[in-house]
Design a protein around this ligand. Structure first.
Ligand SMILES: Cc1cc2nc3c(=O)[nH]c(=O)nc-3n(C[C@H](O)[C@H](O)[C@H](O)COP(=O)(O)O)c2cc1C
Ligand code: SF4
Length: 447
């Protein structure tokens, strides 16, 4: 059985292509798009039928051939990740959908979850079948109440229609799917912290190795993917690996959900081929900036800022090109920063976020970010900065970077180090006072 639907849409290679049509977001915004009836009328659950016809190993090969890379931020090859799951080990396997989407600037998954939940469920059935997992969990951010209600209703509908549970679509494959709501902590997006949280433990990241494919949820083989990744798998099984590999660039294949926030005419989510430039996204799709800009954060708050200039605007948004420009594609959450904004204040906002969300497990992050870094930024922004403060922030960064337990602390250093490098003069202008302008705290023995 072939993986290709009767009339696959032509691969789109540019956002300017007149044949441009969204696939992942094709039904977002349509009336009743979240119901099983609507989904089925529009070709829903045909992809999973094809997957069953192909056999589990061929499904993994198909995803490998498509060139799909994880859309949760790191861009790891999805087919390769799926192939890490052990075969015939006799143990239960799990798959998890990471729907914790909490990084500032990222808001693509929430509409997939609330507007097209069956696309995700279908992708998870396909993944479960390919990886011999008969139980899946969707871990959803606590604040996504509306999306959680839609997902729960969709799971119920799918179960009643024989798409979940015992003997899915008479294929002989059993697959149970459960929704788990988080309690509003960003660290639960880190895959091992998420698994601890699912198990009812405190959401601290776990030591790796062992990696989840060897010992994940309940110590058993587990694969975790982002919402967009599972939805892309549905499209790949629907239209074929070649169709997917025909879009994007040589190494960054397929369509991507880019998000634009900041003062532009039409902020929002845009589904475009990887390799679309920042200029096309911001001017042609998001309607252009509403004021003069000075910086772009390309992929969510953890990605280093880039200077707003012609070189950056003409950079293709794919994994390699953005890395070449000194940052990361991340989740594709593009935030523009106006010239009139104080970059130190904007960075303090992000530092406070990471400081607040630190799980407190390791010292460099707990003391370095939650406490020292946050207070240093507050000192600068409140007008008490002294010469040496910027160097102190750089020294602290050196002691935090690569010395923390998980990637949250390094993520905080993305905006810190890039903003100092690009806008040092703004920092220096706030670090010019010779003596503290506020009374030093009295020491206990003087009290
Ligand atoms: C602090 C932190 C938060 C994260 N938050 C998310 C998240 O909300 N959603 C997500 O898909 N991945 C998140 N990730 C990445 C996941 O750990 C994991 O790499 C990802 O879910 C893998 O899916 P993918 O291969 O489909 O990209 C986060 C990572 C870190 C370190
Ligand atoms: S880096 Fe921060 S979030 Fe990660 S384990 Fe350490 S304290 Fe927790």
């Amino acid at each position: 059985m072939t993986a290709v639907a009767p009339n696959p849409p032509k691969p789109i290679t540019s956002g300017k292509d007149p044949r441009f049509a969204p696939t992942l977001y094709a039904h977002v915004g349509q009336p009743e798009s979240w119901t099983l009836g609507y989904y089925r009328r529009n070709g829903g659950y045909e992809a999973v039928k094809r997957a069953f016809g192909m056999g589990a190993d061929t499904v993994i090969d198909e995803v490998k051939k498509s060139g799909l890379r994880g859309r949760g931020g790191a861009g790891f090859a999805t087919g390769l990740k799926w192939s890490f799951m052990p075969l015939n080990d006799g143990k239960p396997h799990y798959i998890i959908c990471n729907a914790d989407e909490s990084e500032p600037g990222s808001f693509k998954d929430r509409y997939l979850l609330s507007e097209d939940p069956h696309q995700l469920i279908e992708g998870m059935i396909i993944a479960g079948y390919a990886m011999r997992a008969s139980v899946g969990y969707i871990y959803i951010r606590g604040e996504y109440v509306h999306a959680a209600e839609r997902i729960n209703a969709a799971i119920e509908e799918a179960r009643e229609a024989g798409l979940l549970g015992q003997n899915v679509m008479n294929s002989g494959f059993d697959f149970q799917l459960h929704l788990h709501r988080g309690a509003g902590a960003y660290i639960c997006g880190e895959e091992t912290a998420l698994m601890n949280s699912l198990e009812g433990l405190r959401a601290n990241p776990r030591l790796k190795p062992p990696f989840p494919a060897a010992a994940g949820l309940y110590g058993l083989p587990t694969t975790i993917n982002n919402v967009e990744t599972f939805c892309a798998a549905t499209q790949i099984l629907k239209f074929g690996a070649e169709w997917h590999a025909g879009m994007g660039t040589e190494k960054s294949k397929g369509m991507k959900l880019f998000q634009v926030s900041g003062p532009v005419a039409r902020p929002g989510v845009y589904e475009l081929p990887l390799g679309t430039t920042f200029r096309e996204l911001i001017y042609d799709w998001a309607g252009g900036p509403l004021e003069e800009m000075k910086a772009i954060i390309p992929g969510g708050s953890s990605c280093p800022m880039l200077r707003w200039d012609d070189k950056t605007l003409d950079t293709p948004m794919d994994y390699e090109s953005i890395a070449g420009a000194g940052s990361m594609l991340g989740t594709g959450g593009v935030t523009v920063i106006p010239k009139a904004d104080c970059i130190v204040n904007a960075t303090w906002n992000m530092v406070r976020f990471y400081g607040h969300e630190s799980c407190g497990k390791c010292t460099p992050c707990r003391e370095g970010i939650s406490s020292w870094m946050t207070r240093m930024y507050e000192k600068l922004v409140r007008g008490h900065g002294q010469p040496g403060d910027v160097q102190l922030i750089l020294d602290m960064s050196e002691n935090i970077g690569g010395r923390s337990f998980c990637a949250l602390a390094d993520a905080c250093l993305g905006p810190v180090l890039s903003s100092i490098e690009l806008f040092r003069e703004e920092y220096d202008s706030l670090a010019q006072f010779q003596t503290p302008t506020y009374p030093a705290r009295r020491r206990w023995k003087d009290a």
